[in-house]
Design a protein around this ligand. Sequence first.
Ligand code: 5GP
Length: 191
Amino acid sequence: MSADPLIAVLIGPGGVGKGTIAQRLTELDNGLWLSRSWTTRPQRPTETGSEYNFVDRATFEQAIAADQFLEWAEFHGNLYGTPLPKAPNNADILLEIEVQGAEQVRRANADAVVFLILPPSMEELEDRLRVRGDSDDHVARRLSSTPSELNKGHELATYVLVNDDVETVSREILSILEGLRLQRRNPSEKE
Ligand code: 5GP
């Protein structure tokens, strides 16, 4: 039986609904602990402030120098990072991050399970990006990097799921995680 927590990583283009799925997963499964990232991105008007630990670049860079991140990456001019996880005992770790960070997590932890979340269509993705309150320019930049994020995402993903419906996709993820937990408890039944 493995004592290490399972690390589940949600990746996918901005606007695909990773954050909503991550929240729903932690509501449905109290054995999952959602990491709160740090970012140098300014808070959006639509955000409450609890979405991230919003910090300035100097503070973020000090934390990098002090090796305080499991992974970090620069994405569209802002820094984002996962502080070294302090999950409660026996909890599995849930990360909602972009692909460069997911690559680092995978390199450090080959067992990390990576879920690529896809939008039902590119039109829907664009609509979802627009309602978040970012400028048109920012939305256009986010959309322009979507194809390369998706390519990298497909290379990294253990599972690929379409977010047609948050509840359905969350329950699919939980059933996969439950299977993985069982395998880890009974490694002899793997094959
Ligand atoms: P947003 O600015 O839209 O909140 O996030 C931009 C991207 O950064 C999203 O794909 C989000 O998943 C990702 N992200 C959020 N937190 C982290 C983190 O800690 N590390 C990395 N590498 N990416 C993150």
